[in-house]
Design a protein. Structure first.
Length: 282
């Protein structure tokens, strides 16, 4: 009876996963192998080798990798600094709360915040130009390009790293540091030979999670980059809405297939690293 009750309890979640994850994924994969008449074809999937499509995948890769590395390093340093605060103190509680909110603060709201701050008519842009004659933001035009997505992405990558990596740092056992000191070890030897090897799976797993988060982000990029399709999510939007891709409307399915393959590889690696990290966190 308990097993059946648990199964019924998971039923709503299972329905949600099927309707909003499994079915859209299958549709996205399926449309990449069929043309507009419903006939099976590999022409759409072969379009993934087009230089324009390869460029968008390359842009998505370097943008996701760069923001993931920066977010992981900065977030890990913040987590290390938080170790010196009281677990139940006001400072750590505030940072934890802000991280939980800012990690989900994206889309149009985040885009508007950056436009209003460092955009063409942004507050900081105008202040620096009028008061000091500085134009370090290139009149805000750079914000609407692929490189302009770096700062907004880092904005939500750092809080996400804090959320995911802080439990790993908190799980470091004080006995390990005490044993290292008892055996004549230094702080450097503790971090190089004990802490870093133990934390490596968690850090790399969080890094992969940040990469996947940036690689699949759409709303912020769509709000900032209104013209052009520099990254894969915007290329999918163009394939669905463009009036110039007649006869290749299912290209969006092929692009989604490429993204699903990349995300599957990343998440498999993340799952493997998390399983390895869980061995010592229990």
């Amino acid at each position: 009876m308990r097993g059946r009750a648990a199964a019924f309890g998971l039923l709503p979640f299972a329905v949600y996963v099927v309707l909003f994850l499994a079915v859209p994924t299958l549709i996205a994969i399926g449309t990449g192998f069929f043309d507009t008449t419903g006939a099976f074809t590999l022409a759409t999937v072969a379009a993934l080798g087009d230089p324009v499509v390869l460029t968008t995948f390359f842009n998505s890769f370097w943008l996701s990798a760069l923001t993931a590395v920066v977010g992981a390093v900065v977030g890990a340093l913040v987590c290390y600094a938080m170790l010196g605060t009281r677990p139940d103190g006001a400072l750590r509680s505030t940072i934890d709360s802000l991280s939980g909110v800012l990690a989900q603060f994206g889309g149009v709201m985040l885009a508007f915040a950056f436009v209003a701050t460092i955009g063409i008519q942004g507050m900081v842009t105008l202040y620096l130009r009028d008061m000091f004659g500085l134009d370090i933001f290139e009149n805000g035009v750079w914000l609407y390009s692929t490189t302009g997505l770096i700062l907004p992405y880092i904005y939500f990558q750092v809080p996400l790293m804090i959320i995911t990596f802080m439990p790993a740092l908190q799980a470091l056992k004080p006995q390990w540091a005490e044993a290292n000191a008892t055996l004549g070890g230094t702080t450097a030897s503790y971090w190089l030979r004990i802490a870093f090897p133990v934390l490596a799976p968690s850090f790399l797993g969080s890094l992969l999670l940040l990469f996947a988060n940036a690689f699949s982000s759409y709303a912020t990029a769509a709000a900032l980059v209104s013209q052009g399709s520099q990254i894969v999510p915007l290329q999918i939007r163009a394939a669905l809405t463009s009036e110039t891709l007649l006869g290749r409307e299912n290209l969006a399915g092929a692009l989604a297939l490429g993204m699903i393959v990349v995300m599957a590889v990343v998440m498999i690696g993340y799952s493997a690293l998390q399983s390895r990290a869980a061995r010592w966190q229990q």
